[in-house]
Write a protein that binds this ligand. Sequence first.
Ligand code: FAD
Length: 459
Amino acid sequence: MASPCIVWLRRDLRLADQAAFAAVAATGPVIPVYVLDDETPRHRRMGGAARWWLHHSLASLDAALRERGSRLILRRGRCEEVLAAIAGETGASAVHALHHYEPWWRNAEKAVGKRLALHLHHGNYLAPPGTVLTGAGTPYRIFTPFWRALGELMPPLAPLPAPARIMPPAAWPASEPLADWALLPRAPDWAGGLRAAWRPGEDEARARLEAFAGKAARYEATRNLPAGDGTSLLSPHLHFGEVSPAQVWHAVAGAGGSVGTFLGELGWRDYAQNVIVQFPEYGARAARPEFADLAWRTGPAAEADLRAWRRGRTGYPIVDAGMRQLWATGWMHNRVRMIAASFLVKHLLIDWREGEQWFWDTLVDADYGSNAVNWQWVAGSGVDANMFVRIMAPLVQSEKFDAAGYIRAWVPELAGLSDSEIHDPPDHRRPRGYPARIIEHRAARERALAAHGAAKGAR
Ligand code: FAD
């Protein structure tokens, strides 16, 4: 019998269009392995909502592997040590995996490559991040030209089918029980809303994609309306690699209408990876130098405001609805993410990294590249960013995008208000228990502009 190969899984928890499985399934025995690495210093620890998702996604992948004669081996520790130990125990000759671009995964790939024959494949992005280059051979920093250049390489290759059978090794190495990893919250169990909203795993990713393909042509008209269901809800499935972007592309590209706008959003996902390849510290460091001098608010009053923002108690219904949707379901509509993020950074003048961290912990789609790129875009601190001085007015946004139904769903205290009152409840109609606005728009705007002006002036 040929010696087995290890397939090292990370954010690529699928069997179809999974190049590592496709490369080895026909060559001999395969040992699929997932390593939970909470030990390596500088390995960004996954947030709470993502851990909930991971638990169910691993269970689902294990079940799919068992249907094909295989199974998923679970181990904890440093990736290079765990994989070397499994290779020693089983005589495995090589490790196959998909490329990942978070700085800690790139470090782990280097460390594994020093000890074992590591074969890295592509397939989690439309094009390999770092390979879409300008005429001068440099990576793009701005989205629009990046997307134009990426478009020239499209469509992606047709997706690969899932292997029908995966040969097991002569003996399976030991695996830890998934329940021992304590990925699910207990005492308190805050995941009820997540369970109601989501079903992690490749089957559900496929079902969501099929359901969305029928609506993709109308994306442009519906995607900004938080009360509707105009977007695909694929983000956590894409983040965990339960579906590949090539599968998404090929399922929707023929839909016509405004599907091009949707494909552009997939392009933002690639763009974000392209940014973190160039700037690995993007989640922790502003790209624009003046932001290092910005006097973000700190101290007890700012901490109280940050708490109010996290809990959805700012007195701005659209912001509060978004933050409560996030807490309950692990997801927030993109338009509302922009409004809530802008509110934290500009109205409350709180460092965008506080928001990035909160989203990291609470989003089921928390993604290092996409989160950092979007936070820096909203803050105005990024390589391609909205200007800091362009300050979103949450009440205007709420009316413009017809958020009345959305607010009623997530801020039930306000459900009795009319469509015209609910975006900005007049003081005498504000129900008891719903907070007053923690800051007025005009005062917030002036404070933010002054702080930004001072930071620019200091350079
Ligand atoms: P759709 O509108 O159906 O889009 C399809 C897919 O394209 C998404 O699933 C996603 O993979 C990708 N996509 C869409 N918009 C963006 C975007 N602006 N940037 C990058 N990829 C995009 N998205 C994440 O996946 N993870 C994050 O951690 C994340 N953090 C964000 C933080 C802020 C402050 C903001 C403003 C946006 C963030 N986004 C993030 C982007 C976006 O909000 C979500 O991808 C989108 O809301 C997911 O819903 P959907 O799958 O229905 O998207």
